[in-house]
Write a protein that binds this ligand. Structure first.
Ligand code: FAD
Length: 655
């Protein structure tokens, strides 16, 4: 028998979802453990699509530069159809994703690399214990202490199958070789021993066949269809002109989708007749799938001497409708939604689930936010999972030519709904247009004209005012625009000043602060927000007592006055904080104007729809807008923040 250990958060499964949860724990200094039954991360195959929002999220952890540099960027999409007389014709070439949605666009990089970089990040921080070749065997929940968030009501037995020494992989990147560069499979010293873990919270990221989900008696609801698909990663030998574009090809022989990858690889999804699928399953030979590819691509040549990975699957769209229990147990990723890989969302939505959950858990564990905020995980992520399933059904319907079998002339025809679904796949479905409904962490929006008096105080206190910034929306992630630093004129993307640290951010869009009225409003903010008894100052004091400042509120000013007509020292001190050892913090004031050496500056106010009155916007640690109000509505802002603060922190004397 091994020891009994305590951890704040136990994460089951070290795939993309589990690792994103672990990244939050690592970043916010929460004691956590992540376990996985495998001795190593994914080595090849599986998911490869990284959507724009996922890249923004990876960037917020400082990981996007590396991923972006190695990934293949999927800029264009080509649709090809087979005519009745058997010719293959290009029908259209368009942008793969709508320009302007994000500074990133859809890219492909193997799941292996994404898991590797996240694991490096997690190991680099030191507060998350990683145990591989470890599975849970029992789950007990103490319902007597479940509502006391200082207690550890979850008990789990872990069985370790690990035996030392471990194989060492050198990280060589040759296609087909083992791409793992994670040298140790278990750093716990518990190899071969069983352990009892007592945890405050559990996050189940253990994939489509989730052990945890089954222990909880929860099921995936939905259907599988009889549509079979093969997947191949190959280096193609071909004369097909659009091989480096994302291409969808529909002929009377079937449908396939090609996605160019890093290292000259191409991912191919190919529709299979059930007999072919059965043969592949028996022989496990990628050549069986290549034969189908060649038939569809004729008269173009499509051969390969290198098959990196192949598999076959049936399409099934399922969702688990309970994803958070007792504010203690959470399920994420494939454990709660399974679908076909054709919409390229699996790895993305899975990571985005735990990106949503991680900061909430950290804030509750650090005592800076009320445990009831954990309810918002289910409220926010279940609708995303449901929309994902609906979108995948539309894409699968459009892709499957066997459904067109009775209609000879429809071969090679792309239905309008299929085209629309593909457009949405790269915008709304990719997380960019996810809008969380009003809840504890998203203030409701009422129409209210800038500067106009609200009907009553209640309205003024608790409602966000959309018309102040007509093109950004409460509940959505804030888009990124180029801004210029007031002090050194360095350009920066708005999202880059909002890294994933667990901090909230209050952005004052002060408009033309050369206008005395706007400057007066800024000074008034100093008088309210800057006071030691203000809610923000109290939250910041409370957060400074935790190790990483989780749930403190950072303040920024983004104005659109002539930068050279404004002096930093004339601005209120809340925007130029000063410490004895580090002097002035110059990172708080930004300007919406053109940069000397970059294009794209000076567009933020117009793009966000912010008028001359300006506004203030409160962003959650995941960059989603929680609250918008006019610059004078400090009471409304404070009431919103108080509603999510633990009771013991609400009275000024306690913080
Ligand atoms: P997973 O990546 O499945 O991670 C779950 C982790 O939990 C695994 O590391 C597993 O070892 C671990 N685990 C499971 N049970 C236990 C247990 N009892 N104890 C401890 N650890 C456990 N997506 C695409 O977009 N394109 C594709 O072509 C594609 N192909 C795929 C092929 C296969 C064979 C599979 C399985 C998936 C494929 N996917 C594909 C889906 C994509 O990989 C997933 O959507 C994505 O990995 C989901 O991430 P996750 O972290 O939720 O789950």
């Amino acid at each position: 028998m091994g020891d009994t250990v305590r951890t704040d958060v136990l994460i089951v499964g070290a795939g993309p979802a589990g690792l994103m949860a672990a990244a939050w724990m690592a970043q916010t200094g929460v004691q956590a453990m992540i376990i996985d039954q495998k001795s190593h991360h994914t080595r090849c195959g599986r998911a490869d699509g990284l959507e724009s929002r996922t890249l923004e999220i990876l960037d917020s952890f400082g990981l996007a530069d590396r991923v972006w540099a190695e990934a293949n960027h999927t800029v264009e999409i080509a649709l090809w159809g087979g005519t009745v007389d058997g010719k293959l014709q290009r029908q259209s070439v368009t942008a793969n994703s709508q320009p302007g949605w994000s500074r990133f666009y859809e890219s492909t990089l193997s799941q292996a690399k994404v898991e590797e970089y996240l694991m490096e990040y997690v190991r680099g921080r030191g507060n998350v214990e990683v145990r591989r070749e470890t599975t849970p065997t029992t789950l007990e929940i103490d319902y007597d202490t479940i509502d006391d968030h200082s207690k550890f009501p979850i008990r789990m037995n872990l069985e370790s199958m690990a035996s030392l020494p471990k194989p060492y992989f050198n990280g060589m990147d040759t296609p087909g070789s083992d791409t793992s560069s994670e040298p140790y499979s278990d750093d716990s010293g518990y190899a071969g021993m069983d352990t009892v873990v007592e945890a405050k919270y559990i996050v189940g990221c253990d994939g489509a066949h989730s052990w945890l989900r089954k222990q909880l008696g929860l099921e995936l609801e939905g259907e599988s269809s009889s549509d079979f698909w093969g997947v191949l990663d190959i280096i193609p030998l071909t004369n097909f002109p659009d091989i480096r574009k994302r291409s969808i090809v529909k002929t009377k022989h079937g449908t396939l989708m090609m996605i160019p990858r890093e290292r000259k690889l191409v991912r191919i999804y190919v529709e299979l007749h059930p007999d072919v699928a059965a043969r592949y399953r028996e022989e496990q030979d990628g050549e069986v799938l290549m034969n189908e590819v060649e038939k569809i691509m004729w008269p173009y040549i499509m051969k390969t001497k290198h098959i990196d990975w192949s598999t076959a699957y049936t399409v099934g769209q399922r969702v688990c409708r309970k994803i958070g229990l007792h504010n203690r147990i959470f399920l994420a990723g494939d454990a709660i939604h399974t679908h076909s890989p054709k919409s390229g969302q699996g790895m993305n939505v899975s990571m985005q689930d735990t990106f949503n959950l991680g900061w909430k858990l950290a804030s509750v564990i650090q005592g800076t936010l009320h445990p009831k905020i954990l309810e918002t995980y289910q409220q926010e992520r279940l609708p995303v999972a449901e929309r994902l399933i609906a979108l995948d059904q539309r894409i699968c319907r459009g892709m499957c030519s066997r459904r067109d079998v009775d209609n000879e002339t429809s071969h090679g025809h792309f239905h309008e709904d299929h085209k629309r679904a593909m457009e949405q796949e790269n915008s709304s479905a990719s997380g960019l247009a996810v809008i969380y409904e009003p809840n504890l962490l998203v203030a409701s929006t009422t129409p209210c004209v800038a500067g106009a008096k609200p009907a009553n105080d209640e309205m003024a206190l608790s409602h966000s005012k959309r018309s102040l910034a007509t093109n950004i929306q409460v509940g959505a992630r804030i888009p990124s625009m180029l801004i210029i630093n007031q002090s050194d004129a360095q350009p920066c993307h708005l999202q880059q000043i909002l890294p994933s640290t667990g901090q909230w951010n209050l952005i004052i869009f002060g408009a033309d602060i050369a206008n005395p009225r706007q400057m007066w409003r800024l000074s008034h903010l100093e008088e309210t927000l800057g006071q030691p008894e203000s809610v923000i100052q109290r939250l910041n004091n409370q957060a400074s007592m935790t190790r990483r400042g989780v749930a403190c509120v950072g303040m920024y000013l983004v104005h659109c006055a002539d930068r050279l007509g404004i002096e930093l020292q004339d601005l209120p001190t809340i925007f130029r904080p000063w410490t004895e050892d580090r002097g002035v913090d110059y990172s708080k004031v930004w300007v919406d104007e053109e940069a000397y050496h970059h294009t794209g500056g000076g567009q933020l106010y117009k793009s966000f729809g912010i008028g001359p009155e300006g506004c203030m916007v409160l962003l959650r640690p995941d960059q989603h807008l929680a609250f918008i109000s006019d610059m004078d509505d400090v009471k409304g802002l404070e009431r919103f923040l108080m509603s999510i603060t633990p009771e013991e922190c609400r009275a000024p004397e306690h913080c």
